[in-house]
Each structure stands twice: as C-alpha cells, then as structure tokens.
Write a protein that binds this ligand. Structure first.
Ligand SMILES: *Cc1c(COP(=O)(O)O)cnc(C)c1O
Length: 349
C-alpha cells in the first residue's frame, strides 16, 4: 500500500499525511458533476456535512486553507477596509499578504500572547473610530489552534468573548480553524460550540484529517453565496471536484475521533525531548499535535540538527536558528515517537 512506503518518520507537518485506503476507495467510486454549476453531488454532500459539523448554515469546498482564508477575508472586507489579526497569525505571516495584494485589505496586527490569544483590550484599542483619516475596521480574525504559538488552543469562553466584542462593535469574527478539530478534541467540545459566536471559519481537511486536497469555508447562507463568487474570481472554481471531496467526507466521518492519539503522541514526544540535554520545551504549551522546541547548544544550529536527524531517518522543520517544530499525525505511531527520541539521543550525544 502507498501508505506504508514511507522511508522516513516525517514530522515536518501534518500536511504530509497521505490518503487512507478508505479515501482512495471513496475517490474511485465518487459520483461527480460540474461543481461550478453546483451539480457535483459529492461536493454538495461534503459541504452539507462540514456545515452541520461546524454549526454553520452553509459551507464551500476550496482547494487550500490559504484560499479558504483569502476567500473569507475578501468576502467580509472591501478595498481599504481593515482587519485586526495577530502578528503571528498564519494569515499575516504565511499567506503572502494575499488579502492585501489581491483585495486591498489593510492588516492591523496586534501581538499574539504566548497562548495564541489577542488581549481583548488590544483588540478594542485597534478598532478604529469614526474619523476621515482612518480605514474602516470590518473584521477580527482569530486562529484556533494557533500554529506559530505552538498549537495552542483558544478556549470556548475566549472565543465567545471576542465574538461578543466584534458584534457589539458591528464587526465580523473569522476563525482560521485550519486545525479546528484538533482544538475541539483538546477541549472536549464540538467545533460547533467553539464557533458559536463566529461568523465564518476556515477548516483544513488535508492536515491531520489526512485528505489529499481541500479545505472548507463555512458561515451564513448569504456569506457562502458571496464567498462562492470570490472563489471563482481567484480561480478556485473546480469542476468534477467530487473525486477529491470524497476523501474529505472520509476525513470528517473517520479521521476526527483519532486526533486525540496524535495529541498523546505529541505529549510523549515533548516529554522525551524535555528530558534531553540541550533541548528546551514548554511542556504546558503542548496541547495538541504541534511540538515546538528550542535547541540550546552553542555548537549546533536548528538546521544542523534537522540535517543530522534526517540522516537518522527523522524529518522535522527548523523554524529559525534555534527553534524547531515536530508535528504528529496519523502516519506517526507511538513506536515512531520512541524511535525519534532514540535518534535525538544519538545525534545530541
Ligand atoms: C496550514 C494552515 C493554513 C492553510 O494552509 P494551506 O497549506 O494553504 O492549506 C491556514 N492557517 C493555518 C493556521 C494553517 O496552519
């Protein structure tokens, strides 16, 4: 099987997950039609399922998380409008400034706290008043789980509070929930509860949920109708997309409940790393499937450590000169974690 041919223990990202056998079977058998005409039954089924699970009225299937966020921001904001987001947000950091480049949306970045939140007071003071000099604030964007903050989970009360603040001030709340199912699993709540006060959400099927391609945007009926037009304008209208949506349906029906295993493996990895000389991990910060850690050895850079581990068959991502990231996912077993820790011990010896 293609799933078992991996020569490496690949901890670079949960995006490296390959489709499961059940996904390949579903893809081969998928009923399809032209989705730009709204006629692909498998895409329609995925969108209805995603909307229901996320507690939203409707959903839209898109090729990537980046496009999901772009389409969401362009639907909420016009040219010159402003969105408030974290300085470590994926939208701000890793999406090429797409909503500014393509949509003329102004970004107002406020500092992320180490737990991934934005202070309510910082959001409040970023909201523009009525002044002829100012852009118009339209949108607040949160990220849950928060990638650059270490896979941290933003709790229900906080999500509710930011939604309340947004709505009191006539703004919308978008949630970059690329890993929203990881957040929900860590909190023991449904994603729908977590998103109760949000106006829109991006959720990735191709990360821990292991689909080969695809993300969804979900929100109110009217928002999704307009988002569908934005998807078309950025070139994301797909035709017989049921062949990939079929895998996404398997993601949502079969791959959600096992995310807690990834979290347990991440915790075990973090504990093992913390016990090694030359590695520092904030154990309390490891809440989901992302393990960020620092190398504190003058003789070794993060890139050199990653290269030495690759020679031992273990792949992970250097983030800067001292910081690295390891991500657990369904192709990483508990045994792989032990083998990874053994490789670390050999390299750092
Ligand atoms: C991965 C990710 C995305 C989207 O990434 P794509 O690679 O475009 O699917 C968006 N937000 C966060 C927080 C992510 O981790």
């Amino acid at each position: 099987m293609p799933d078992s041919t991996n020569a490496f223990i690949d901890l670079r990202s949960d995006t490296v997950t390959k489709p499961t056998a059940a996904m390949r079977a579903a893809m081969a058998q998928a009923q399809v039609g032209d989705d730009v005409y709204g006629e692909d039954p498998t895409v329609n089924r995925l969108e209805a399922l995603a909307a229901r699970m996320l507690g939203m009225e409707a959903a839209l299937f898109v090729p990537s998380g980046t496009m999901a966020n772009l389409v969401s921001v362009l639907t909420h904001c016009g040219r010159g409008d402003e969105m408030i987001l974290g300085g470590d947000a994926h939208i701000f950091y890793y999406e090429l400034g797409g909503s500014a480049a393509l949509g003329g949306v102004h970004h107002y970045a406020v500092p992320n706290q180490p737990d991934g939140t934005l202070e309510l007071a910082a959001i409040e003071s970023a909201i523009r008043g009525d002044d002829d000099h100012f852009p118009i604030t339209r949108l607040i964007a949160l990220e849950n789980t928060h990638n650059r903050c270490g896979g941290r989970v933003l709790p229900v009360e906080y999500m509710d509070a930011v939604g309340d603040l947004a709505h009191e001030r006539g703004l919308r709340l978008h949630v970059d929930g690329a890993r929203i199912w990881n957040a929900a699993a860590a909190l023991g709540v449904t994603p729908a509860r977590l998103l109760q006060n949000a106006d829109s959400v991006t959720a990735c099927l191709s990360k821990g949920l292991a689909a080969p391609v695809g993300s969804v945007v979900a929100g109110k009926q009217d928002f999704i109708r307009r988002a569908r037009r934005m998807r078309k304008v950025v070139g994301g209208g797909m035709r017989q997309a049921g062949v990939i949506a079929a895998a996404g349906i398997v993601s949502l029906t079969e791959m959600v409940d096992r995310l807690v295993d990834d979290h347990a493996n991440a915790r075990r990895l973090a504990q093992g790393l913390a016990a090694l000389d030359g590695i520092e991990v904030d154990l309390d910060g490891v809440e989901t499937n992302l393990v960020y850690f620092n190398l504190v050895r003058p003789d070794l850079s993060a890139a050199q450590l990653a290269a030495a581990l690759a020679d031992q068959g273990v792949l992970l991502s250097p983030i800067d000169s001292q910081r690295l990231r390891a991500v657990t996912h369904y192709q990483i077993s508990a045994d792989d974690i032990e083998r990874t820790l053994a490789a670390f011990a050999r390299v750092l010896d």
